[in-house]
Design a protein around this ligand. Structure first.
Ligand code: SF4
Ligand code: SF4
Length: 559
C-alpha cells in the first residue's frame, strides 16, 4: 500500500503538517500541545468514552473528541478556546461527581491526570449537592495490584490492556449508570506476568502497586532513563531512586522501575519479573569489598590492590603452567564495554584456554510472545557481536566440569555466574585441585564464598554502559545511584588488571571504551555512545530475525 500523503492543517493558530488520518490528539502532542484525556492511550486505542479531549473544529456545530478525529487537509482545530475549555471542563466535572478528592492520602498524587486537570480547570467548588457514591476502597484484585473502585473513572484502559496485550481479560465493568463499577470477573484475579502495567496505564489512583504504595511520595524520586537487564529484551525503563528522603526506604535506594516508551524494544510495557527486579540493586547479597581467602578465611584487600594482585598471580601461573589451564566464565549480564575489556584481558593478553560465555541452564527461563525472552541476560547478542562463541569458541558447563575433574585446568575465573549452583550439591570439592579461583560480580553466590579472590563489581544501576538486546538494539543504561562500597564497573577492574600486566589501556569512561569498541568491531561501526539517545540504535548486522513489541506505535511516556 502506498504511504498516505502529508497534509497541512491548523491547530491553535499554528500551521502544521501530519500524515492524513493521524488523530488530532496525536498531531497535537507531536506539536507539543497536550489535549487533556483519560481513555485514549496510543498503545490501547481510542474508545472515546471519557469525552475529555474536546476541541473546536471550524465548520462543526459542536466541539468534537480529538482522539477520534482524523486530520484532514485544510482543517482548522482549536483546543484552547473558551468554548473548547468549557467542553473539557464540563466532561471533567462529570468525572469528579463521584471521585473522592483524597489526593493528600492517594498514592497517585503527583502523577495523576485527574489531579492535574482538576488544578488546571480550577473546579474547586462542586456543583453536585448530593453525597458521592461509595464503592469498595480496597479490593485485593491480584498479587501485585489493589483497586479503589471509588477512584476509578471507568476509562477502560486497564480492561483494554488485559484484552489486547495479555489477552487474559480478568477485569470488566459491571452495572449501569453511576453504579458502574470496575471489578474482576467472578472467580478471577489479575494474575498474569504483566499485571503491573495496569497500574501504569491507569490515569488516576484507582489501581496502585502493592509493592510501591505508600513507600515514598513520587515528587521525591529522581528518574533516570535505563533498561531492564533481566532478560534479552532489554525493555527501556525509568529507574526511580529515592535520593532525597533516604530514611523513608533505608534499604532501597532504587524503589521502582517504570516502563519507558520505546517503539523499537518494548512499546509502553514491561513484565512483572523485570519490574520487581529493582530489588536486586540493593540486595543483601551485594558484594561491596574485595577479599582474598587466607587459611580458609576471607581477608579484606583494597579493591584496586586486589585487582592488581589477582592479575599478577594469574600471570605468574600462566607463565609457569601455560595458558591452556586457565578457564574463564563470562556472563551475558556484562555490558558491551565489560565484554570488550574482558576479551582484551583474557583472550588477547592472557590467552586463556577455555571460555564459557553463552547462557546455559543457569541463565535460561520462560519466554512468551509479549515481551519476555527465555535468555535471562541482557547482552548475549553483544557477546556474540564481539566474537564470543563464534571467533572465540565456547565450552559448556559439562565441558568445563569435565576439564576440572580431568585435571586439565589450574585456574577458574568466574564473572557473575555460579558454576557450583549448576554442578550441584558437593561440587565445592571440585575446586580443591585448582591453584587459582576468582569471582568477580555484583552479588555473592556459592562460588564467591569458595573462591580465593573476590572482586566486587557494581550493578548496572550504578554505571554508564551499553547492552545489545536480542534484536541487536544497542541501548544505554545510565548511573542512577553511586556504586556500593568499593564495587566498580567490570571494565574498570579489567583495566586495572591489564595495567598490572603492563598492558595499560587509556580507558577512563564507559564512553571511551565504547569508542574503541565501535572502531574495532564492524557490527558497532558508526555508533557513538552519546548518540544512542533514548531508544538506542540497531547493530549494523542484526543477529537473526526478532519480534517487535506489541503495538509499538508512537508517542511519549505520558500517554
Ligand atoms: S481502574 Fe483506572 S484504568 Fe481501569 S477503568 Fe478505572 S480509571 Fe481506568
Ligand atoms: S521482558 Fe525482559 S527486559 Fe522486559 S521487563 Fe521483562 S524481564 Fe525485563
Amino acid at each position: 500500500m502506498p504511504d498516505k500523503p502529508k497534509v497541512k492543517f491548523t491547530l491553535d493558530g499554528r500551521e502544521l503538517e501530519a500524515v492524513e488520518g493521524t488523530l488530532v490528539i496525536d498531531a497535537a502532542k507531536a506539536a507539543g500541545i497536550e489535549v487533556p484525556h483519560y481513555c485514549y492511550h496510543p498503545g490501547l486505542g481510542n474508545p472515546g468514552v471519557c469525552r475529555l479531549c474536546m476541541v473546536e473544529v471550524e465548520g462543526a456545530p459542536k466541539p468534537m473528541v480529538s482522539c477520534r478525529l482524523p486530520v484532514k487537509a485544510g482543517m482548522v482545530v482549536k483546543s484552547d478556546t473558551a468554548r473548547a475549555r468549557k467542553a473539557q471542563a464540563s466532561s471533567l466535572e462529570f468525572h469528579l461527581a463521584n471521585h473522592p478528592l483524597d489526593c493528600p492520602v492517594c498514592d497517585q498524587a503527583g502523577e495523576c491526570f485527574l489531579q492535574d486537570y482538576y488544578m488546571r480547570y480550577g473546579l474547586y467548588r462542586s456543583a453536585v449537592r448530593e453525597d458521592k457514591l461509595h464503592k469498595e476502597k480496597r479490593l485485593d484484585i491480584g498479587p501485585t495490584v489493589v483497586l479503589d473502585q471509588e477512584r476509578c473513572i471507568l476509562c477502560t484502559r486497564c480492561t483494554r490492556f488485559l484484552s489486547q496485550v495479555t489477552k487474559t481479560n480478568e477485569l470488566g465493568i459491571f452495572n449501569r449508570g453511576d453504579h458502574d463499577v470496575l471489578a474482576p470477573y467472578p472467580g478471577r484475579r489479575v494474575d498474569n506476568p504483566y499485571s503491573g502495567n495496569i497500574v501504569d496505564v491507569c490515569p488516576v489512583g484507582a489501581l496502585t502497586d502493592k509493592d510501591f504504595r505508600f513507600k515514598v511520595r513520587v515528587w521525591y524520586l529522581d528518574e533516570t532513563p535505563s533498561l531492564c537487564t533481566t532478560c534479552a529484551r532489554g525493555c527501556s525503563i525509568d529507574l526511580h531512586a529515592n535520593n532525597r528522603r533516604p530514611w523513608h526506604t533505608p534499604d532501597e535506594r532504587v524503589v521502582r522501575f517504570k516502563p519507558r516508551h520505546n517503539p523499537e524494544v518494548n512499546a509502553w510495557w514491561m513484565c512483572d519479573e523485570g519490574r520487581y527486579s529493582y530489588k536486586q540493586i540493593d540486595s543483601r547479597l551485594r558484594l561491596k569489598f574485595a577479599s582474598r581467602l587466607v587459611d580458609g578465611r576471607p581477608e579484606a584487600v583494597a579493591a584496586k590492590e586486589a585487582a592488581a594482585r589477582a592479575a599478577q598471580e594469574l600471570s605468574a601461573l600462566v607463565k609457569a603452567k601455560g595458558p591452556q589451564g586457565l578457564a574463564v566464565v563470562l556472563s551475558g549480564t556484562l555490558s558491551n564495554e565489560d565484554l570488550f575489556a574482558a576479551r582484551r584481558l583474557f583472550v588477547e593478553t592472557l590467552h586463556c584456554g577455555m571460555l564459557l560465555a553463552a547462557p546455559g541452564p543457569d541463565q535460561l527461563g520462560e519466554g512468551d510472545d509479549v515481551l519476555r525472552r527465555k535468555e535471562r541476560v541482557p547482552n548475549h547478542i553483544g557477546a556474540l557481536a564481539l566474537g564470543f562463541g563464534a571467533r572465540i569458541p565456547d565450552t559448556t558447563w559439562g565441558g568445563l566440569r569435565a576439564a576440572v575433574e580431568g585435571g586439565k585446568l589450574w585456574g577458574l575465573y568466574v564473572i557473575d555466574r555460579d558454576p557450583l549452583a549448576v554442578w550441584g550439591k558437593g561440587s565445592e570439592k571440585l575446586l580443591s585441585g585448582l591453584a587459582f579461583t576468582a569471582y568477580q560480580g555484583s552479588h555473592a553466590n556459592r562460588f564467591s564464598t569458595a573462591a580465593q579472590w573476590v572482586l566486587p563489581a557494581c550493578s548496572f544501576a550504578e554505571e554508564d554502559a551499553t547492552f545489545t538486546n536480542f534484536e541487536g538494539q544497542v541501548q544505554r543504561s545510565r548511573a542512577a545511584v553511586p556504586p556500593l562500597g568499593e564495587s566498580r564497573p567490570d571494565w574498570e577492574i579489567f583495566r586495572d588488571m591489564l595495567a598490572a600486566l603492563e598492558a595499560p589501556q587509556a580507558w577512563t569512561s564507559a564512553g571511551g571504551v565504547f569508542a574503541e569498541l565501535a572502531k574495532a568491531e564492524p557490527p558497532f561501526a558508526s555508533m557513538a555512545f552519546e548518540d544512542l539517545g533514548m531508544h538506542g540504535k540497531r547493530l549494523a548486522r542484526a543477529p537473526g530475525p526478532g519480534s517487535g513489541p506489541p503495538g509499538a506505535g508512537s508517542g511519549g511516556d505520558r500517554a
